[in-house]
Design a protein around this ligand. Structure first.
Ligand SMILES: [Zn+2]
Length: 343
């Protein structure tokens, strides 16, 4: 082995602390379980907009991207942040670049403007559904049912009490908002004046979420129980929500991972747009050379039909499961807040 390489390795090892560097925490992402989940919201939240892009074998759905995109060293996450949402400023970006949102818009447009066969209708309704953007709140919480995470330091694991990061979908949020209204002007996530809430997850036709304040049943009538943080709880470090959950996935990798027919839809759409505006497209990662024609959508439809033949009809009538990704359909019917406490 050359001296140079030995020296390079020595320097590399010196730069890199043993065991991958510093203590790490594992299990910081809270997982909703079926039934009651007792939690205490702590501090500020972060609004994110995401897409669930992987296949969902449990629902026999092929998803937006091919399974291979989620395997190996170069894999992409199953849930990605929508690049059209500015996490830093909590607002929609002026310039839209999200290819998944684009697919959603294409499906929407075809359904509105084109004569579709039943099969095509199924295909585009499914595409519109799986390409939908999901709104979630990321929140530091105390998990009252299991307040422990794993602290990994020097190759050893230790259970320590710590905050976790929870995904609050819009269905649960509808109820939490109701608790806020009932408790106004109190901030239920405040260190001092906050209170525990119970989020219930139920598997019915689809996964449903509801939330209610935890009540002190020793009082008549039972009243929301304030749970000021203890000194130990106050001292717990808040996870940096932006740093941990705000990462963007390389859009080119997402594009490469898409099923061929979806990528073709985007390319054709871009060519159409380019022709309309006289500019050149930027998406082309597969070097499509056909010029845009009026039959562009028909070609895409043909591709759609092929897919349907190959994979069987997509389950267009079921809502996405949220077992793995915390997905809650944004258009789902709101449940009324439980535990109406007036006066
Ligand atoms: Zn998007």
């Amino acid at each position: 082995m050359s001296k140079d390489r030995m020296e390079k390795i020595r320097k590399f090892r010196a730069r890199r602390p043993r065991g991958g560097g510093g203590p790490r925490m594992r299990g910081i992402f809270h997982q909703w379980k079926d039934g009651d989940n007792h939690i205490r919201l702590v501090g500020d939240f972060l609004e994110v907009r995401t897409h669930f892009i992987s296949p969902n074998p449990k629902r026999k759905e092929r998803g937006l991207c091919q399974a291979t995109a989620f395997q190996g060293d170069d894999s992409i996450p199953k849930v990605i942040n929508c690049p059209d949402w500015d996490i830093e400023r909590s607002e929609v970006k002026a310039t839209k670049t999200c290819r998944i949102c684009k697919l959603n818009a294409i499906a929407h447009r075809v359904l509105q403007q084109e004569e579709c066969t039943d099969e095509e209708k199924k295909y585009y309704e499914n595409l519109r559904r799986i390409a939908r953007q999901t709104i979630k709140l990321k929140w530091n919480i105390l998990d009252r049912d299991d307040p422990f995470v794993l602290l990994v330091a020097d190759g050893e694991e230790k259970r320590v009490k710590a905050l976790k990061i929870a995904d609050i979908g819009m269905e649960a949020w509808g109820d939490i908002e109701g608790i806020y209204d009932q408790m106004a002007p109190l901030d239920i996530a405040d260190d001092k004046e906050g209170l525990d809430i119970c989020v219930n997850r139920k598997q019915a036709q689809r996964m449903t979420y509801s939330a209610a304040a935890v009540l002190d049943t020793s009082l008549m009538p039972p009243t929301a129980k304030m749970t000021p943080l203890t000194d130990e709880e106050k001292a717990m470090k808040h996870h940096d929500l932006k740093a941990i959950t705000g990462k963007q996935t390389d859009p080119l990798k997402v594009m490469d991972g898409l099923h061929d027919d979806y990528r073709q839809h985007l390319e054709l759409d871009e060519e159409e747009e380019a022709e309309a505006t006289g500019t050149t497209g930027t998406t082309g990662t597969t070097g499509a050379t056909e010029t845009a024609t009026e039959t562009a959508t028909d070609e895409a439809k043909a591709a759609a039909a092929e897919v349907l033949d190959g994979d069987g009809p997509p389950k267009g009538d079921v809502e996405p499961d949220d077992d793995e990704d915390g997905l809650v359909p944004s258009s789902s019917p709101r449940r009324t807040p439980v535990s109406k406490k007036k006066g």
